[in-house]
Design a protein around this ligand. Structure first.
Ligand SMILES: *Cc1c(COP(=O)(O)O)cnc(C)c1O
Length: 389
């Protein structure tokens, strides 16, 4: 099949020419002074993006590696852990946590909702044995946000560590590792940063390192080992194994673009695209998946599919007929998703997503008010200040 004309997925997103050029830079020896300087610079940039002054480690492997590494490093047999589940990624975190032998409690809500921080506080009051809280910031498959700004300080007040999946939120919505008192945060470059998918960018607090060192089960001498990065790379400048040199170059270019634009401008750009898209969705007569618009993530819009349509056929039709790649539901429910991540937030991209989805629904026999939706979305777009024009 030919390549897509428009990628409006919820990650990986399409990388800029600058990132692609960086990915194509000559590969060098990983202990070459020029590469070592690049690696250190990238750590500094990731600190700025995650808003932390603590340690940052750049693990080699898509963000699932960093998430599993963090779960296995922190959780241990018998430890009380509270896992917050508002979607597919929260659910998946529970399987890793349980496999360590931890005593895993879950607060689970419907996958179109988010976890109420007040409920977390009550739960922790009632269960003083809990030592770790795991939460997903942007539940990408359902297009919703959990209020990590409030959950972080609640966990810390109860003496708990936090493990935060911020893979698909950072760069598209405010995120503050230190100010929100978060212990381990895992970011993926392939979402709002529009970088390559091959790395886990992680912040780690001193508290988290202490807990990991005290955990006899924490991975050591393993691809999953955070301690190897701490004890070999951070302490002695020795890589646990050879990093993917090309990915490091590509991720640095993606971070540069974000930092040159500015985090605030990038966040505004994502919020603006989401507003335009949602205005159009509602005006077309389609429904947002999120039970309240206030919890919808600016980085992706999930749309409830009308009865009789499935994400598989909608996605296939939009791609085959119109060359537009949308995201399916990943099992979160009967929904389809338009990503607003990185470059797909710019210009008319949200409108392209609306056109592809609206016309696909019509082609498949579900009437929608495409013209009304596009008109409303264009009005919304015209009334917004362009960001970073
Ligand atoms: C993309 C993403 C990940 C990485 O998971 P993949 O399934 O490998 O893409 C993890 N967590 C969240 C919330 C994500 O959006």
């Amino acid at each position: 099949m030919r390549n897509p004309d428009f990628t409006l997925s919820a990650g990986p997103t399409f990388a800029s020419a600058r990132t692609l050029a960086a990915l194509g830079s000559p590969i060098m020896y990983h202990y070459d002074p020029a590469f070592l300087a690049t690696f250190h610079r990238l750590e500094g940039k990731v600190k700025q993006i995650l808003r932390t002054e603590g340690d940052v480690i750049l693990m080699q492997g898509e963000a699932v590696l960093g998430l599993e590494a963090a779960a296995r490093s922190l959780a241990r047999p018998g430890m009380g852990v509270l896992n917050l589940v508002s979607g597919v990624f929260g659910k998946g975190m529970g399987f890793w946590l349980r496999s360590t032998g931890a005593d895993v409690h879950e607060i689970e809500v419907a996958y179109n909702d988010s976890v109420d921080p007040a409920v977390v506080a009550e739960y922790l009051d009632a269960h003083p044995d809990i030592q770790l809280v795991a939460v997903v910031h942007c539940e990408t498959p359902s297009g919703t946000l959990n209020d990590v700004a409030r959950i972080g300080p609640i966990a810390r007040d109860h003496g708990c560590l936090t493990l935060v999946d911020c893979v698909a939120s950072v760069g598209g919505t405010p995120f503050e590792a230190d100010a929100w008192q978060l212990d381990i945060c895992v970011l993926g470059p392939q979402k709002c940063l529009a970088g390559p998918a091959g790395m886990s960018l992680m912040s780690v607090s001193e508290r988290a390192w202490t807990a990991i060192r005290d955990n006899p089960q924490a991975p050591r001498s393993s691809f999953l080992s955070m301690l190897d990065y701490k004890e070999q790379w951070l302490a002695h400048g020795r890589f646990p194994f050879t990093p993917s040199v090309s990915d490091v170059f590509g991720v640095e270019a993606a971070c540069d673009q974000l930092l040159e634009e500015g985090l605030d401008a990038s966040i505004m750009r994502h919020e603006r695209a989401a507003r335009i898209c949602r205005t159009g969705i509602k005006a077309m007569g389609l429904q947002l998946w999120a039970c309240r618009e206030a919890i919808a993530s600016p980085t992706v819009t999930a749309i409830a599919l009308p009865d009789g349509l499935t994400d598989v056929e909608v996605r296939r039709h939009a791609r085959e007929r119109y060359g537009v790649m949308l995201s399916g539901s990943q099992g979160a429910g009967n929904l389809i998703r338009i990503g607003h991540m990185g470059p797909s937030t710019r210009s008319l991209y949200p409108i392209v997503g609306l056109l592809a989805l609206g016309r696909t629904c019509a082609d498949l026999g579900v009437p929608v008010q495409i013209g009304v939706g596009i008109e409303a979305a264009m009005d919304a777009l015209a009334s917004e200040q362009p960001v970073g024009a």
